[in-house]
Design a binder for this molecule. Structure first.
Ligand SMILES: Cc1ncc(COP(=O)(O)O)c(C=O)c1O
Length: 375
């Protein structure tokens, strides 16, 4: 699929300059077609649609996403949100003497919150000394035999920095701790192979770079842990004999479905399939290359216009989340919105996140409008 073909798939691109994919990926015609199909079946079959087409759609999504992430369908659970996925894992281990959890101040807050609410857990939040990343040595110093989880992000939502999962897995495992990765900001913009990553748990979801909308999360669990762990929050979707309706005996699924928490959001199952198909067809390597070209251009143009950027010095550590320092981020976002350009803001920064469907010309228009917003 070439760039022109891809752009035609996303109606928002005909209306706006859309540069906020790290918040919400664009909705495609393919996803809309899946959604229409879902609604039509709802009209036509009502609940009977569950016993055939909708169940099949769930299986389709699970297999397609598992293949995309480099794992097997049996190692992937579908949950309502990243927060829900993290909370199931946090409730799957006994803390005892191993009661420390290490994360960083650059991680998304919902990660730390899972343990901040547990009085029996000692939560260690590592500071960032440069505002961009946390040095692996800081993890190594904090993770020891008191540690239950090293829990952090693959791509930091705050700065776009891509963390070295191999190095962090080594640190966690040599101390006997689990390595849990919040991967919401990675799959769809950079290649991810969860099986090879060293992660014991990896969460992702269709909302952002996978262009699949809100309401679902994907949880990968390492093979041997799937059978070993028994979550203390659960649902009938986690039960091996889900349709036996036996209240007195609960046996979890043998595969990762044992981590699931009830009926999945079917509209999102459909939109996620549409988004995922397009990502698969374009190909993650091609997407990464294109996003590199777009972000290199953005960095170059923004710096040439006098902006300072909060980002990794080495371009290979950067992703397509670019933080442009600005004295008045809300004012700048409003200024750009008036000109049909959608970006976002975080403290002290305008956040620009292009995706494969954007063009160099759109980046130029964005930088031009940003420059005007400082006058
Ligand atoms: C890295 C990261 N983790 C977690 C979340 C929150 O996920 P959820 O609302 O699905 O719990 C976000 C949301 O933007 C995020 O960027």
């Amino acid at each position: 699929m070439d760039v022109t073909g891809v752009r035609a798939e996303f109606p928002i691109l005909q209306r706006k300059i859309y540069l906020n994919s790290c918040s919400l990926g664009a909705l495609s015609l393919r996803a809309m077609a899946y959604l229409e199909d879902f609604q039509e079946l709802w009209h036509e079959m009502g609940a009977s649609a569950w016993y055939g087409p909708w169940w099949e759609r769930l299986a389709d999504l699970r297999s397609r996403v598992a293949a995309f992430l480099g794992t097997a369908p049996g190692q992937l659970a579908l949950l309502p949100s990243t927060s829900a996925a993290l909370s199931v894992i946090a409730e799957s281990v006994q803390y005892g003497k191993r009661n420390r959890v290490v994360c960083t101040e650059l991680d998304f807050p919902t990660l730390a919150y899972q343990w901040a609410v547990k009085p029996e857990v000692e939560l260690v939040v590592l500071p960032s000394h440069d505002g961009v990343r946390v040095d692996p040595q800081q993890f190594a110093d904090a993770v020891d035999n008191r540690c239950a989880f090293l829990a952090t992000s693959h791509v930091l939502y705050t700065t776009g920095y891509i963390q070295d999962l191999g190095a962090l897995a080594e640190i966690a495992h040599s101390a006997g701790a689990y390595f849990l990765v919040d991967g919401y900001q990675a799959p769809g913009q950079i290649p991810v192979d969860v099986g090879a990553s060293g992660a014991d748990f990896y969460t992702a979801g269709p909302l952002k770079w996978l262009c699949g909308g809100p309401g679902l999360s994907y949880l990968y669990v390492r093979d041997d842990l799937v059978r070993k762990l028994r979550p203390r929050i659960t649902s009938w979707f986690a039960a091996r004999d889900q349709f036996n309706f036996d209240l007195e005996h609960f046996e979890p699924h043998e595969d990762a479905r044992r981590f699931e928490l009830g009926t999945p959001a079917l509209p999102t199952v459909h939109t996620a399939l549409g988004g995922q198909e397009i990502i698969d067809e374009v190909g993650i390597e091609a997407i990464r290359d294109r996003n590199r070209a777009l972000t290199d251009h953005l960095v170059e143009q923004a710096q040439a216009s006098g902006f300072a950027l909060t980002m990794a010095p080495d371009p290979s550590d950067r992703s397509a989340i670019i933080m442009v320092r600005h004295d008045d981020p809300p004012g700048a976002v409003a200024h750009l919105a008036e000109r049909g350009i959608i970006v976002d803001q975080r403290p002290g920064h305008v956040r620009v996140s292009p995706h494969f469907y954007n063009t160099l010309d759109e980046i130029d228009q964005c930088v031009e409008a940003l420059t005007a917003s400082t006058r």
